[in-house]
Design a protein around this ligand. Structure first.
Ligand SMILES: [Zn+2]
Length: 103
């Protein structure tokens, strides 16, 4: 029996060299130390995307959010956290440019 996936997943070390020093994380630590940011402040490079199911257009779709950072010691960009959820899509009005294309 396979293990049930759980989210969020957090990765605290560079998968290449094992370092815990991250570029954006170090910037955040400096800002906190200088009193320019709350101790709760974190920093990372954020991205998100939807899982595309081309045969099944829907008003909701699985969404994947992930944060990456760059290892200070070896330069590897790696995922530090990944989470999943559902994004709701709104019905959009017709695009006039498409309706009148070629006229
Ligand atoms: Zn590294």
């Amino acid at each position: 029996m396979s293990e049930e996936p759980t989210f969020p997943r957090v990765f605290t070390q560079c998968p290449n060299c094992g370092s815990e020093r991250r570029v954006a994380g170090m910037i955040a630590a400096d800002l906190i130390e200088q009193g320019k940011a709350s101790p709760k402040f974190g920093a990372w490079i954020f991205a998100q995307g939807s899982v595309i199911l081309p045969d099944k257009p829907a008003f909701s779709a699985p969404r994947v959010k992930w944060a990456v950072d760059i290892c200070y010691d070896c330069g590897t960009m790696y995922c530090i956290q990944v989470d999943v959820g559902i994004v709701m899509r709104q019905a959009s009005p017709p695009d006039n440019r498409q309706l009148y294309r070629g006229n």
